[in-house]
Design a binder for this molecule. Structure first.
Ligand code: ADP
Length: 477
């Protein structure tokens, strides 16, 4: 596997992609603003100017009617100056013209346009209107607002000319400004994307480095996810995974060691008894049968070990399936008891069976019998000096449970949560010369979990253990 880090420019890297998207974002944003200022600002500006012109018209009309002539002059001049507009009032002999500097009575500017606009107003039979004109020589645009003022002196015409020209110059200033804004935005996007990607990429690079370590078999490696929630979560999951992998690796090694040891003893026995038959007891039927009996018993042990290992491989591939039937639970437990009861006479054990009334359950008889066998043989293996093993059945309501008790070494509190794990062997029993591979309880756990039933252990160190599981009572088959 080639996991060398890619050097140089990588189009698919988070860094390049984020940078590209930030740039794209900045460019698209600027294009949108550009289009908006080109089209919409023009229209918006004009609308504002029209509204302003209308307001000015109303105000000027009011002043013309109500204020003394001197005051009106002052007012009109000031309005023209502040708003940058051209006010003209035609009535009687003279025209009054205000362009912000002075009130002129003779001015030919906009003459023809104003006449045209007035004719148009007349045609349309309106009191007031706004017209847009454009000066062919300069290319500038103007807004002409015309209205009639009825005053005691008669009807006069009011013209207000608002130049729309400044927008052009304003726009070019805005455009230059926007160019600066664009350059700043691109620079900012660049810096931001570099900062952001380094925040995201650094923990990912660190996780990749640790994962490479893990791939090389270092299960103690720690994953550091930085400050981001997502990378942190990823690192946590990977830390758990590497811990579990380390644990499985450790127990797998233990299993190989234990299984080799377990295989070696019966094989040595078989070999030596076969040699004995060959050399000594071949002609003595009594001795020969005794020796053959040992060989058969040892072969049975090997057989059991191999089927346990097969269950483990089924467990690992999650392919254990149940063959469920309705059967008498008490009868099944009795059978398990009977298979070990012989130890009472032969080896001085005190295995006691306490049944309850016959009870039907629905489950895989063979697998549940395997679980009970495992509990019982553990109680025999790890039991106390008194060699007591109790197999007790209890029926309460809709449940029936079986307890396997012993007065042995028990299990330390720290080990209790782990004994159901694959390959786990309690530290209390490590130094004892007891055969075991640490797979029996993990097989039992899988079988009981598949039955969806409750199970557990109560154990006190140096006092003893009580392994149990329960089954729901089934109706008649
Ligand atoms: P094995 O017995 O082959 O080691 P198991 O999975 O059946 O594997 O048991 C796992 C471990 O749990 C045992 O190694 C032992 O340390 C502990 N254990 C199981 N049953 C008992 C018991 N009755 N008393 C004390 N320890 C037990």
């Amino acid at each position: 596997m080639n996991r060398e880090k890619k050097q140089g420019f990588d189009l698919n890297s988070i860094k390049t992609t984020t940078l590209a998207y930030f740039m794209l974002f900045a460019v698209v944003l600027m294009i949108i603003i550009w289009i908006l200022q080109g089209f919409i600002t023009d229209k918006y500006y004009e609308t504002l100017r029209v509204q302003e012109a209308n307001r000015t018209t109303v105000a000027v009309k009011q002043q013309f009617r109500d204020a003394p002539p001197d005051d009106f002059d002052k007012y009109a001049r000031q309005t023209a100056q502040t708003n940058g507009i051209y006010i003209r009032i035609d009535g009687g002999m003279d025209s009054m013209i205000y362009d912000g500097i002075a009130n002129l009575s003779k001015d030919t500017r906009f003459e023809s346009e104003l006449t045209k606009a007035m004719t148009q107003l007349g045609k349309q039979n309106l009191e007031s209107a706004n017209y847009r004109i454009s000066d062919k020589n300069t290319g500038n645009n103007y807004l002409i607002s015309i209205s009639k003022i009825v005053s005691p002196e008669g009807v006069v015409n009011l013209y207000i000319v608002t130049p729309l020209v400044p927008i052009q110059s304003t726009l070019s200033i805005i455009r230059v400004l926007m160019l600066y804004v664009f350059i700043i935005a691109i620079g900012f996007a660049l810096l931001l994307s570099i900062y952001l990607t380094s925040k995201i990429v650094r923990p990912i690079e660190s996780i990749t480095g640790s994962a490479l370590e893990l791939a090389r078999g270092n299960f103690n490696v720690k994953f550091d996810g930085g400050k981001m929630t997502e990378t942190n979560e990823l690192a946590e999951v990977l830390n758990t995974a590497s811990y579990e992998m380390g644990k499985a690796d450790f127990y797998q090694r233990e299993l190989v060691a234990n299984v080799s040891h377990d295989l070696k003893t019966p094989l040595t026995m078989i070999k030596s008894y076969a040699e004995m038959i060959q050399d000594i007891s071949g002609d003595n039927p009594e001795k020969r049968n005794e020796h053959l009996g040992v060989i058969i018993a040892e072969t049975d042990r090997l057989n059991k070990l191999v089927s346990n290992l097969m269950s483990v491989s089924l467990l690992q591939s999650n392919t254990i399936t149940l063959d469920r039937k309705t059967f008498d639970f008490v009868e099944m437990c009795q059978e398990v008891y009977e298979s070990v009861a012989v130890l009472n006479e032969q080896e001085g054990y005190n295995i006691v069976f306490t049944p309850c009334k016959p009870t039907l359950v629905y489950g895989d008889r063979e697998r549940l019998s395997q679980v009970l066998h495992n509990f019982v043989s553990n109680a025999i293996k790890y039991g106390g000096e008194d060699k007591y093993v109790g197999i007790e059945l209890k029926r309460s309501g809709k449940k029936v449970s079986v307890h396997v008790k012993d007065n042995g070494m028990g299990i330390p509190k720290d080990d209790l949560p782990h004994i159901w794990d694959r390959y786990y062997r309690s530290s209390a029993n490590h130094n004892r010369e007891i055969d075991g591979s640490g797979i029996g309880l993990s097989i039992s756990k899988t079988i009981l979990s598949l039955h969806n039933t409750n199970f557990g252990v109560n154990s006190d160190e140096f006092i003893g253990s009580d392994f149990w599981f329960e089954m729901p009572v089934a109706k008649k088959a």
